[in-house]
Design a protein around this ligand. Structure first.
Ligand code: PEP
Length: 250
């Protein structure tokens, strides 16, 4: 049985005090053991304090990015071993904001994925088409290319370390959500594509999250779809009541 997951991507929001406050509200409101695996991804400066604050909870901590190299002259960057040294073993890679604003190409992302896997880290791999791709009916093609060029080089064994997050760029932070049917259609396509390029077992076991303006009022319907295994949440993860409502949306 594949895992259901709700992961909050806090992006470049919240300083130390704000992060601690959000965490204490989340902890207070998480009254029952969640059915889904829950993760939060704070900024780098808040990773360690978040990890410490969540030690006695089932909530996992993820990084929002990391560099593909082991170490060296990469001013401003963070390596896999740095993350692991503070207990963080999950990393989000390929978020559309990293692709758009920081020029992360499919090739760079392939290197990042390989580095994460070599370091035995779990990867939340994000991908998804832009609005013009969907309008010109190229969304399946674009998604397949992103997967083939950045992810399909990994070994069969490495798939146990991979979580997919399908995030149509036109739905991120826009208030525009893919309909549950659109999400299901793409998730089913992704699973079939993995089965064709790897095998049925891998395809069945990988969790595929949906991301793009998921809110408490639309989550249940989206998460109920057969091939949707939860969500990667931006905006709504910054408010404890909304985030916990999403965690309880299965
Ligand atoms: C995201 O940033 O991954 C995301 C899905 O954002 P939002 O939920 O705000 O659309």
């Amino acid at each position: 049985m594949r895992k259901q997951i709700v992961a909050g991507n806090w992006k470049m929001n919240n300083d130390l005090a704000e992060t601690q406050e959000l965490l204490s509200h989340i902890k207070m409101q998480l009254v029952k053991k969640p059915e889904a695996e829950v993760m939060v991804a704070p900024s780098f400066t808040n990773l360690y304090s978040t990890f410490e604050a969540l030690k006695d909870t089932p909530i996992k901590v993820a990084a929002q990015n990391m560099h593909q190299s082991k170490s060296g002259a990469f001013t401003g960057e963070i390596s896999a071993s740095m993350l692991k040294s503070i207990g963080v073993t999950t990393v989000i890679l390929g978020h559309s904001e990293r692709r758009a604003h920081f020029h992360e190409t499919n090739d760079i992302l392939a290197e990042k994925v390989n580095t994460a896997i070599e370091n035995d880290m779990e990867v939340i791999f994000c991908f998804g088409e832009e609005l013009q791709d969907r309008k010109s009916d190229k969304h399946f093609e674009v998604v397949e290319k992103q997967l083939k060029e950045s992810l399909y080089q990994i070994s069969e064994d490495a798939w146990s370390k991979v979580i997919l997050a399908y995030e149509p760029v036109w739905a991120i932070g826009t208030g525009e959500t893919a309909s549950p049917e659109q999400a299901q259609e793409m998730h089913a396509f992704i699973r079939k594509n993995i089965a064709e390029n790897f095998n049925e077992e891998i395809a069945e076991n990988v969790s595929i999250l949906y991301g793009g303006s998921v809110k408490p009022n639309n989550a249940k319907e989206i998460f109920a779809k057969k091939d949707v295994d939860g969500g990667l949440i931006g905006g709504a993860s910054l408010k404890a009541t909304d985030f916990i409502a999403l965690v309880n949306s299965f």
